[in-house]
Design a protein around this ligand. Structure first.
Ligand code: EPU
Length: 421
């Protein structure tokens, strides 16, 4: 397994371009299954999860080609298999996103049930209950979801809990259902809106985009000629680099980002002492060489503070001036990074779903192990701010969600090197 070796203590400075959002690209690629017309998708990040999704589409018989600008053309008219096998779902839970589109367009889908994962149990009951309400016949047998339906029927759905991929699966299913579907308590994450905008470009009739009530008037078929859609920028990647700069008392500029996507994160960075300046599609952060101040956070669905930035802020608070509390309300086990940070000298106490963090002046390097994507990112950030050489193991998690992380950090002046297995 590859590792990252980081020599800490360098102030990050410079300019970066933000990549396309992983969590928008994944549902958009799944949504191409709803149409028999080829679609060209741009601004797709170079990530392991994207490769897995393309592999999944490929093994269903979907034709894929990449042009010189790295746009991906997806042609689902050639589909032969309506199945997402265990071997792929096991490595990437979001494979569940093919369930809604396959069922809506072909009336059948066999998708392996995703298991638990490092950050929580992560059931998919809300996806399945919603599809059943739309008339699907669903059986879970031998670890697989077997779903059938003649044509899904529009209905009124009130989701028990805000779920991002749950909203996305039901939204995609509803586009081809007969009649109107209303999804209440829908997730408002920008990636859900990006998917909805893409579906509308394919001919879907979705209104209420960006709110927690989505109304979908089902249509007979989806697909238009010559559709080219660019994926939204990655707000979590952007947030991660901003925290890296804040932790190293640096100054960076990010291009190709929509600052609005990061309101909650930028507020907290300002509270930590960063000077934040934004333009239409860029953000600048300047710490003026100062140590960050501790900031308390509580994660919750968008527009509140994102759970996908919790680990990075825990890293920042570990070296900040003062005491902070970090409360995780979305996933029940998303503090795996804390034990590794403690090994680097962080003073963090865990009390149920809250971490109480007393900032220390310096972390000290140690060999650490990544456990999930954002935890891995937080350990890299800790390494950037620590004294000495930090070796981060199991970085395959990072390659799932960060496009060329060591190149991008090197571009900002970090000393970071991949050590191949
Ligand atoms: N939940 C249920 N039942 C369901 C669905 C969800 O109880 O049927 C619960 C989950 O267990 C969790 C909460 O609802 O406690 C929210 O989970 P959600 O379904 O929103 O998460 P997700 O859709 O599986 C997406 C992102 C995650 C991100 C979360 C929350 C993708 C591919 N993944 O996951 O991204 O943390 O929303 O914003 O969009 C990451 O990028 O590192 C990542 C984990």
């Amino acid at each position: 397994m590859d590792k990252l070796l980081i020599t800490g203590g360098k102030q990050l400075t410079g300019t970066l371009t933000v990549s396309g959002a992983k969590n928008a690209a994944l549902p958009i690629l799944a949504a191409t299954l709803l149409s028999d017309k080829p679609v060209l998708i741009g601004n797709i990040p170079h990530l392991h999860d994207i490769t897995t999704t393309l592999e999944l589409l490929g093994c269903m018989g979907v034709e894929l080609s990449v042009d010189e600008k790295l746009n991906i053309e997806v042609n689902s008219s050639t589909i032969t298999k309506l199945e997402a096998p265990y071997e792929l779902v096991r490595t990437m839970r979001s494979s569940i996103l093919v369930l809604g589109p396959l069922l809506a367009r072909f009336g059948q889908a066999d998708v392996s049930l995703p298991g638990g994962c490092a950050i929580g149990a992560r059931p998919v009951d809300i996806h399945l209950i919603g599809l059943e309400k739309m008339g699907a016949d669903i059986k879970v047998e031998n670890g697989y979801i077997h779903a059938k339906a003649k044509r899904l029927k529009g209905c009124s759905l009130i989701l028990d809990q805000v779920t991002v991929t749950g909203t996305e699966n039901l939204l995609m299913a509803a586009t081809l259902a007969e009649g109107k579907t209303i999804i209440e308590n829908a997730a408002r994450e920008p990636e859900v809106s990006d998917l909805a905008n893409f579906l509308n470009k394919m001919g879907a009739k979705i209104s209420g985009i960006g709110t927690d009530v989505l109304e979908i008037e089902g249509v007979e078929r989806l697909g238009v000629e010559d559709l080219h859609y660019n994926v939204l920028p990655d707000r979590i990647e952007a947030g991660t680099y901003l925290v890296a700069a804040a932790m190293t008392r640096g100054k960076i500029r990010l291009n190709k980002i929509q600052p609005k996507l990061l309101d909650a994160v930028l507020d907290k960075l300002s509270e930590a002492g960063a000077k934040i300046t934004c333009g239409k599609d860029w953000i600048e952060l300047d710490m003026h060489g100062k140590r960050p101040k501790a900031v308390s956070i509580r994660t919750a669905p968008f527009p509140a503070f994102p759970t996908d930035m919790q680990a990075q802020f825990t890293a920042m608070n570990s070296i900040a001036k003062g005491v902070s509390t970090i409360t995780e309300t979305v996933f029940e086990n998303r503090f795996m990074h804390v034990q590794e940070m403690q090994r680097m000298g962080a003073n963090i106490k865990l009390e149920s779903n809250t971490a109480i963090c007393t900032g220390v002046k310096n972390l000290t390097a140690a060999p650490v192990m990544a456990t999930d994507l954002r935890a891995s990112a937080s350990l890299v950030l800790s390494g950037l701010a620590a004294e000495g050489e930090t070796l981060v193991d199991r970085i395959y998690h990072i390659d799932r969600g960060y496009d060329h992380i060591e190149e991008k950090l090197s571009q900002l002046g970090a000393t970071i090197r991949r050590i191949p297995r």
